[in-house]
Design a protein around this ligand. Structure first.
Ligand SMILES: [Zn+2]
Length: 236
């Protein structure tokens, strides 16, 4: 099994912008560096929802588009037990979550911004990955990658109200100077534990994408049109 998260110097990895040639080149070099250049690269039409797409021998051909890319419709999490398929999702401040069984025979990848987090996309991915792999969440390992930190992440009253209904909101929601701040990494950590992961099996990156624009692209720092990083995971 192999996985990784790109930094800013790897270039923009998302096809939203006009320069598709540069994105293709940046993706190719990231995949070559990971040693997965020959595998199909599956991505998802990320919509800030909680739909999980299982990539199997049956579903892979169904999501092949005329341009040759494999794109899972309206999904924010990808799971598979198939070797030699690379799962990928793209980020600029949202939370990347890598999931895998220690035997390396089942993997998942999650994109969680505030909308997806409040809809528990991480918990859904855990449930469905365990079903697909016939595994237990207590066996699963997770890495919560670089994402926006709570100081950089002010949210509105409505978001705060919804977040307060989740268990232990004091661990991820903070009211300071009349503003609400949401800790997306801490929230997703809680959601993973609620889904059955052992806290000791979850590793959290301390890096903030907005504090460290020297390393990462940040939507909150740079606005629309900023580049996006890629997260990749594959069973070899
Ligand atoms: Zn920050």
């Amino acid at each position: 099994m192999v996985g990784g998260f790109t930094a800013r110097h790897a270039g923009n990895l998302c096809f939203k912008g006009p320069d598709h040639k540069a994105v293709s080149a940046a993706r190719s070099s990231a995949l070559t560096e990971l040693g997965v250049a020959d595998f199909p690269l599956v991505e998802a039409q990320q919509v800030h929802g909680n739909k999980v797409f299982a990539v199997t021998a049956n579903t892979l051909p169904q999501i092949r588009r005329p341009d040759g890319r494999w794109v899972a419709p309206a999904s924010d999490a990808l799971i598979t037990v198939q070797p030699q398929i690379t799962l990928s999702l793209y980020y600029a401040d949202c939370v990347p979550i890598f999931l895998w069984l220690p035997e390396g025979n089942a993997i998942g990848l999650v994109h969680a911004g505030w909308r997806g987090s409040l809809k528990d996309v991480a918990g859904k991915a855990v449930d469905q990955l365990c079903q697909l792999a016939d595994g237990s969440p207590a066996q699963l390992r997770a890495i919560i990658g670089p994402a926006i930190c709570p100081s950089c992440y002010e949210v509105g009253q409505e978001v705060a109200e919804t977040a307060r209904k989740l268990p232990h909101p004091e661990t991820f929601l903070d009211h300071r100077n009349d503003h609400w701040h949401l800790d997306l990494k801490a929230l997703n950590n809680k959601l993973l534990v609620r889904a059955g992961l052992l806290p000791g099996n979850i590793e959290v990156s301390p890096l903030c994408t907005r504090c460290r624009t020297d390393l990462f692209f940040s939507y909150r720092a740079e606005g629309t049109g900023c580049g996006e990083m890629g997260a990749f995971i594959a069973i070899l």
